[in-house]
Design a protein around this ligand. Structure first.
Ligand code: BTN
Length: 323
């Protein structure tokens, strides 16, 4: 663990801590504390320094805490094997490697920051320290690869349901696997498989949730986004959100394996932020327009077009601007 992260763990509640106090509890010099503070600032955290009072975070954070996550999960925690990392290139890349080395179903990897977080369509996923959620879950399944692809829709539903259960309102899904609010992305899902063609698929489900994006990191995001802190005044525990998503995810994946996508069609339509709306479906060479009619049992998007209702397996959806 780096000194900067240890200092951050001490500062997380947003109260003032003097350099002297920090130096003596960490058993390092005050110069090292100062260096650690500089490093946290470089990573985008705002740390106030006031003479006579010490250092304090301008916005408190909640560091990831394995014990807290397991305790929010209660008895169900035994189904998971969770690792918390301070820094990884990408939790998905890490768990894909672990999967190749035989990691079990229900293995989970979380990181306080990602240096090369990955989004869909080759995008970057901006992953500053200690403020958002970057998590991957290993799902070993015997479902066929085509069915597994629907799993990404289930994951977007999962995040929405978990946040709803914690009292967050006004959020919904956007086909195929975004969690959005007013056309701005709150969470994204990236499903990847190990690529080995056995009867069992090892699927890594990557989930990124924006909780409190620092301004500097925000300036690097190249799509409309939103974070939880601008949606609700409620102070939600980061570790509790992680636990809730993981519990909901396992329950949903089990139901999906038993009953297929059919079991989720109604829930999807209720949570679809674009239900009944005129949209554009973008392909590299073409744009299709139509009205959203929900999804089918294969997770395809149903659009009412001038040629009737058609099902689409790919493409990027955006709301159609009225002319
Ligand atoms: C998207 O583009 O909408 C998908 C974003 C997925 C981001 C998450 S963060 C945890 C996991 N690790 C990654 O590198 N990506 C996913």
């Amino acid at each position: 663990m780096t000194t900067a992260y240890t200092v951050l763990q001490h500062l997380q509640d947003g109260r003032f801590y003097s350099g002297e106090e920090l130096a003596s509890s960490l058993n390092i010099s005050r110069a090292s504390i100062w260096k650690a503070i500089e490093s946290l600032r470089k990573q985008g955290l705002e740390v106030h320094a006031v003479t006579g009072k010490g250092y304090r975070l301008s916005r408190p954070v909640e560091c990831l805490d394995l014990d807290a996550i397991y305790s929010y999960m209660g008895a169900e925690s035994s189904h998971y094997n969770i690792e918390v990392h301070q820094s990884l290139d990408s939790t998905n890349s890490y768990l894909l490697e672990q999967a190749k080395n035989g990691a079990e179903n229900g293995s989970v990897c979380l990181a306080e920051l990602q240096t090369a977080g990955r989004g869909r369509r080759g995008r970057q996923w901006i992953s500053p320290i200690a403020t958002n959620i970057y998590m991957s879950y290993l799902w070993r399944t015997q479902m066929a690869p085509a069915a597994v692809a629907c799993g990404s829709l289930i994951c977007a539903l999962t995040v929405t349901q978990a946040l709803n259960a914690l009292g967050v309102e006004g959020i919904g899904v956007k086909w195929p696997n975004d969690v959005i609010v007013q056309q701005r992305k709150l969470a994204g899902i990236l499903l990847e498989m190990t690529g080995e063609a056995y009867a069992e698929q090892a699927v890594v489900i990557g989930i990124g949730v924006n909780l409190a994006m620092p301004d500097e990191a925000a300036s690097a995001i190249d799509q409309p986004w939103i974070d939880l802190s601008s949606l609700t005044e409620q102070k939600l525990s980061r570790n509790q959100i992680v636990a809730k998503i993981l519990l909901q995810l396992r329950a949903n994946l089990e139901q999906f394996e038993r009953e297929g996508m059919q079991a989720y069609l109604e829930t999807w339509n209720k949570m679809d932020q674009y239900a009944g709306q005129e949209v554009e479906l973008h392909f590299p060479q073409q744009v299709i327009t139509g009205k959203v009619q929900g999804i089918d049992q294969y997770g395809s998007l149903l659009l009412q077009t001038s040629e009737g209702v058609k099902a689409y397996q790919s493409g990027e959806v955006s709301l159609r601007m009225s002319s």
